[in-house]
Design a protein around this ligand. Sequence first.
Ligand code: SF4
Ligand code: SF4
Length: 306
Amino acid sequence: MDKEVVRLRILASGCVAAGFAAAGPVDEDVATRLDEWVARGENAGMEYMRRHALLKRDPGNVLPGVRTVISVAFSFNPPRRRDPYLPVIAAYAYGDDYHDVIRARLAPVVESLKNEAGGEWRICIDSAPLAERYWAVKGGIGHIGRNGMVIVDGYGSLVFLAEILSTLPFAPDAPSEKRCMECGACLKACPNHALSPEGTVDCRRCLSYLTIEHKGEWSDAMTEAMHAEAGRHTLFGCDQCLTVCPHNRSIPDTTVNEFHLRPSYSSLTKERSVMFSGEEFSSIFKGSAIKRAKLSGFLRNARNLS
Ligand code: SF4
Ligand code: SF4
């Protein structure tokens, strides 16, 4: 099957970029950087990152016999945002859970490609152990900024990444050679100095990690970070290193309606959030990425708000 036909079919799912790379072990320096990041403890409580580090070295660990990694990017740039005076909810979580949305959009495409072209195919969205930013750069859909995010030409870094693995060989696209503007605004804007100039994130200091991924109570150091001004204004996630990036200015709004701000979130206050029962939490965040924090984590965040 012609590669450009495959690309067009994938783009018709609503993603803004799709790029092809020949599968194989990742470059040694990429694997080493990941190992060093874990060894420094910057993965914080995300133990699966340690377990995945070895598996991430080769997409063959995810799909045996894989020949091609197709990276795709879906924009989530919302046409409307929450009032800045309200506690922060990261824009990626405004709408429906991206795992569900992207899988629902890509599954019929991949199914039809499989039926027509044969081979094995697999859709990966976040949970599979893949070095997804590496594959996005190698497939030419974007380059990595100093905030650690992949920047897609014309769409910035307000994008979700996903991968389609195939055992069929497709000619690879040219990898991206670009660099971000290196203005340093993301490093300056990060309220807890979680970003390194090399583009790594120390999750122990990152408000996104602390309010989304961290399970249980915060340690003393984490509490100190969350008690600072920015932490007191963060309900779920932090967009500061994205908001200040010049690559994210003048980019189009997402055309994926499922990622738009849910009406019920547009006026969600601290006062309302701290009162949630388990039933209310499940009901208002049904099908949302915010459920990831679970009620206990969400209430922990809400009680910390000023
Ligand atoms: S999400 Fe917020 S806390 Fe985390 S690195 Fe970016 S600016 Fe810093
Ligand atoms: S804010 Fe500046 S340094 Fe940071 S990723 Fe964007 S362009 Fe690069």
